[in-house]
Design a protein around this ligand. Structure first.
Ligand SMILES: Cc1ncc(COP(=O)(O)O)c(C=O)c1O
Length: 386
């Protein structure tokens, strides 16, 4: 008997949990799930300890601790020139994940189509389904994963009401350029669409620059911008995230959020307020470190015989396994611990169009150099399958 509600059928355990469990079971090096293997900055951890000791241990206000909401508004103004009302224009959430879910639950009607880029971060498909909407993916294709204007136009239907965008983009590492964003903005203006943008990798850009969609003409009143502390500060377990934008969009997400978790993580919110003031400096340093790690892993994957699609941002790289005589990324990833003692993620897990992603495998490079080096040595021993 299947007890799982119909709308969640097909959303079993996430690929990240599956692959991390595989790494634990086999003792393989985990380049699957995207979490750093070093701790976040000591002074931010200390700020959390201080907040715990200072008695910030009860419910936060439902939309977040005021100091963090102010810090988010200041970050948006300082970095991008975006004006956000710190009171009604910011909602603090449990990670970007809850912000995405709250936004969709608060803004998506059951009859709505939601346009996304694919491959997509896996929570998008599940939360669109929970909101009762229908996803309409626009496929990004290697080698550059650029946005194809014809594919974008083809994905629009009379029922499209929302765009759920992610840039810098997981899993491809693509950073959308101004021309691509302008195409999306033009569509939003013409069709009166709401944009929800997931910008959790906003500080982790190596080539080009991150341009928030909300800064394009006509987008300020229709864009809800989402980010979080986890990626920028290597504190993924804290799950402090936020959405910012025009008060009606923020209020819609807040309405849903109050019945998901209401509020919490109060001491971590205080520490995050303290951290965000240093996001630019810290983000620059982390991006420089990650850029070197990207180069290290890309060179290693190439030496192992894979065709690498070099990312401009995030901490993921995709590789094409066909030069090794293989084409099934899932089978490759499941056999990789045994063959090479490494875990990676089959990128096809993030595509509806399986054909487009079946030969791609995603590796995370947010790991210590010695871990990457050991993984590279192991991968170089891979022999092509005849
Ligand atoms: C594109 C994208 N969005 C959202 C998240 C989740 O962010 P958080 O940990 O803040 O919930 C991730 C984490 O991997 C991600 O890659």
């Amino acid at each position: 008997m299947t007890v799982l509600a119909t709308r969640l059928r097909g959303f079993g355990t996430t690929i990240f949990a599956e692959m991390t469990a595989l790494a634990q079971r086999t003792g393989a090096i985990n380049l699957g799930q995207g979490f750093p293997d070093t701790d976040g900055p000591a002074e931010i951890v200390e700020a959390a300890v201080a907040a715990l000791r200072a008695g910030h241990n009860q419910y936060a206000p439902a939309t977040g601790v005021p100091a963090l909401k102010t810090a988010v508004a200041e970050h948006q103004r300082r970095r991008y020139g975006i004006e956000v009302d710190p009171d009604e224009g910011v909602l603090v959430t449990f990670g970007a994940t809850e912000a995405i879910a709250a936004a969709l639950l608060g803004l998506c009607e059951p009859s709505d189509d939601v346009l996304t880029l694919e491959p997509y971060y896996d929570s998008y498909a599940a939360t669109i389904a929970m909101a009762g909407g229908r996803r309409r993916p626009v496929t990004l294709r290697p080698p550059d994963f650029a946005l194809d204007p014809d594919a974008l136009a083809a994905a629009i239907t009379p029922a499209t009401r929302l765009v759920l965008l992610n840039s810098p983009h997981n899993p491809t590492g693509r950073v959308l350029d101004r021309a691509e964003l302008e195409l999306i903005a033009a569509l939003c203006r013409e069709r009166d669409l709401i944009a929800i943008t997931d910008e959790v990798y906003e500080h982790l850009v190596f080539d080009g620059e991150h341009i928030p969609l909300v800064t394009l003409p006509g987008m300020a009143q229709r864009t809800l911008t989402i980010s979080s502390l986890g990626k920028t500060f290597s504190l993924t377990g804290w799950k402090v995230g936020w959405a910012s934008g025009p008060p009606p969009l923020v209020a819609a997400a807040a309405t849903a959020k109050q019945f998901l978790s209401f509020a919490g993580g109060t001491p971590l919110q205080h520490a995050a307020a303290n951290a965000l003031g240093r996001a630019d400096v810290h983000g620059r340093r982390l991006a420089a470190e990650l850029s070197a790690k990207r180069d290290r892993l890309c060179a290693g994957l190439e030496a192992a015989g894979l065709a690498v699609h070099r990312p401009a941002g995030t901490y993921f790289v995709n590789a094409d396994i066909r030069p090794l005589g293989e084409s099934d990324g899932r089978a490759f990833c499941w056999s990789l611990p045994e063959r090479a003692g490494v875990v990676a993620v089959p990128t096809v897990a993030f595509y509806d169009d399986h054909e487009a992603g079946s030969h791609l495998v995603r590796f995370a490079f947010c790991k210590r150099d010695e871990v990457l080096d050991e993984a590279i040595v192991r991968l170089r021993a891979l022999t092509p399958r005849s």
